[in-house]
Ligand binder design. Structure first.
Ligand SMILES: Nc1ncnc2c1ncn2[C@@H]1O[C@H](COP(=O)(O)OP(=O)(O)O)[C@@H](O)[C@H]1O
Ligand SMILES: [Mg+2]
Length: 234
């Protein structure tokens, strides 16, 4: 569970579908709380009935939810400090939290005041930097995470990168990290008809070609009903 993931790629390349795969998996894990922030509103909305928090295209609400998560993280670290440990385990009685953000750039550059955008980035950066050991995991999707959109101090904290089709080698490198295109790993080589295909880079490894599972709306609705049932039973 301790894996923060950044997903990038051009519009229509498969980011939201892949993000949905991760959220779907967590939805069926009854010991995980879902905190969902979706700049486009409609991608993660189907999961709203089972989410602890759901925020659409509203930065004021997003900031409120992120501040709450940060406070929770601080509490958890206090608990760890008091019990002389470094990492939350299921025995602590804390639930894992998946923070999923679709269209990160909407909140970091598009909507709200510059102060709000700055606070959004600062809160997400803190959650990515310190959340793991406290059981708070961040998975975020954005088109092109270049420095003007996602500050490198935030981007570089994600240890797992998933690059869907890009128009240039440099865009691919921005997602996977500098130098991979030169080594032959570029998401520019993914053909436009290879829907849902991306290059996944895991901490310390080399990028691997993967394909997400395409879930139709009826699939997702069925899955959410099942997750709601499992969660009630748990
Ligand atoms: N794994 C997949 N298999 C088949 N089609 C896919 C897959 N992933 C994405 N697609 C197709 O591509 C479209 C765009 O995907 P989406 O995830 O919404 O892109 P993005 O979020 O990058 O803009 C989807 O509506 C779907 O038709
Ligand atoms: Mg999308």
């Amino acid at each position: 569970m301790y894996r923060n993931v950044l997903l990038g790629g051009e519009p229509g390349s498969g980011k939201s579908v892949a993000l949905g795969n991760i959220v779907s998996h967590a939805a069926l894990c009854t010991d995980v709380d879902l905190v969902l922030i979706d700049g486009k509103l409609v991608e993660l909305l189907p999961y709203a009935p089972i989410a602890k928090e759901f925020v659409g295209n509203n930065i004021t609400q997003a900031l409120k939810v992120l501040r709450g998560l940060q406070a929770e993280m601080d509490n958890r670290y206090l608990h760890l400090a008091q019990t002389s440990r470094k990492k939350i385990t299921p025995k602590d009685g804390y639930r894992a939290t998946l923070l999923a953000i679709d269209e990160l750039a909407y909140f970091s550059v598009t909507v709200g005041t510059p102060e709000q955008q700055k606070e959004f980035v600062t809160l997400v950066r803190d959650l990515v930097a310190r959340g793991r050991a406290a059981g708070i995991i961040v998975v975020a999707a954005t088109q092109r995470p270049s420095a003007d959109i996602v500050p490198t101090t935030l981007r570089d904290l994600f240890s797992y990168r998933l690059a869907f089709r890009c128009t240039t080698d440099s865009s691919s490198d921005i997602i996977l990290g500098t130098g991979w295109a030169k080594e032959g790993y570029s998401a520019k080589q993914i053909s436009p008809d290879a829907l849902g295909v991306g290059l996944l880079l895991a901490e310390g490894g080399i990028p691997r070609r993967i394909k997400s599972a395409f879930l139709t709306d009826p699939h997702v609705h069925k899955l959410v009903r099942r997750a709601a049932h499992l969660r009630r039973a748990a």
